[in-house]
Write a protein that binds this ligand. Structure first.
Ligand code: KG4
Ligand code: ZN
Length: 325
């Protein structure tokens, strides 16, 4: 069964055709990052307008290309429910029209859950994870721990009380005057920094709930920057940025690892699957490996390659297969 997936929840316009939930036949993704960069973050209305333009330009061509290559489209899936509302609505309207004109079912899927599916559509994985499992979604909009019995039977067992981790990375990057999106910038700058240089507090360390929180850490970073930056000599600026980035990054990931350990303990899951843009960060993977092993859990960790961490239509089409009739 071939499903056409449409993704427009944030700053990527993406369409993909995926066979049987796993095999990507074709995908086209257009990023709006450069359009939003001057504003330091995604502007929802601008995003919606761009999605509309992009879908009009590339959508028809993509579908014609698929048809000319002899591929059938058996259903249309769309990232729905979560995301920036004006942007999501553009995708939903486009997908509804398309499913009508092709006379095939429309499958709306939850964008956050679809992030889990990175590993399934990623062709570099010969063996796919086996359910039940623990999902960790770390993106610009969400930080969630989800206990999955099957792809469609799940319980959100951990969430953030305030900012999502990706959002915190973007905001700290902006405080450091690094361009949007900040996550990759923080990771890159942190490579020459000392993660022990600044003693930021590990969020929710003594809180027994399975909850994340990044606003306190963000405030601690802002306070530190405001106090220390004026004292820094211009030639030392690079190292100051690197130390703040490295220290913030490790504390944020330590907080995530603590709650992952708690969730593994509470659920008894032996498999952890990560998804979402922040999963592209190698340091997160290293910290998780170290901390989960230190806690004595036996586990298999699945992290998609970079392209399948971030938003794309293949995740939507692949995950939608689980809901197809
Ligand atoms: O999943 P995604 O593409 O979109 C959402 O659904 O939000 O995630 C985007 C987020 C942004 O906040 C971006 O800064 C973050 O993922 N991100 C990273 C890295 N690459 C992307 N955060 C930390 N390290 C990275 N290497
Ligand atoms: Zn996403």
């Amino acid at each position: 069964m071939n499903i056409l997936g449409i993704e427009t929840t944030c700053d990527e316009t993406s369409l993909a055709l995926v066979a049987d939930g796993q095999k990507i036949i074709d995908e086209i993704t257009v990023s709006q990052i450069l359009k939003h960069q001057p504003y330091g973050g995604v502007v929802p209305d601008l995003g919606a307008r761009e999605h509309l333009t992009n879908l009009t330009q590339i959508g028809g061509e993509f579908i014609t290309k698929l048809k000319n290559a002899g591929h059938s489209i058996d259903a249309v899936a769309v990232a729905a429910k979560v995301g920036l509302p004006p942007a999501v609505q553009v995708g939903e309207a486009y997908a509804a029209g398309l499913s009508k004109s092709l006379n095939v079912p429309l499958i709306p899927v939850n964008h956050v859950l679809a992030h889990l599916w990175g590993v399934w559509v990623d062709p570099t994985f010969d063996e796919k994870p086996v359910f039940p499992l623990l999902g960790l979604i770390v993106s610009g909009g969400h930080t969630q721990l989800i206990s999955f019995d099957s792809p469609t039977e799940y319980e959100i067992i951990g969430d953030t009380l305030d900012d999502a981790v990706g959002e915190a990375f973007d905001k700290v990057a902006s405080m450091l005057k690094l361009p949007y999106p900040g996550g990759p910038q923080i990771e890159e700058n942190a490579k020459i920094g000392d993660s022990q240089a600044i003693d930021f507090p590990v969020p929710m360390k003594d809180d027994e709930r399975l909850r994340f929180s990044f606003s306190g850490l963000k405030t601690a970073v802002r306070t530190y920057i405001d106090k220390e930056r004026p004292k820094i000599l211009p030639e030392m600026e690079k190292f100051f940025v690197a130390d703040v980035a490295a220290s913030f990054q490790d504390v944020a990931f330590q907080a995530i690892a603590n709650k992952v350990n708690q969730a593994l303990k509470e659920t008894g899951h032996k498999t952890l699957v990560i998804g979402g843009g922040v999963a592209a960060n190698q340091r997160l993977v290293d910290v998780l490996f170290r901390e989960i092993a230190n806690a004595g859990h036996q586990f298999d960790l699945f992290v998609p390659s970079l392209k399948y961490c971030t938003d794309n239509g293949s995740l939507i089409a692949g995950y939608a297969f689980n809901y197809a009739e």
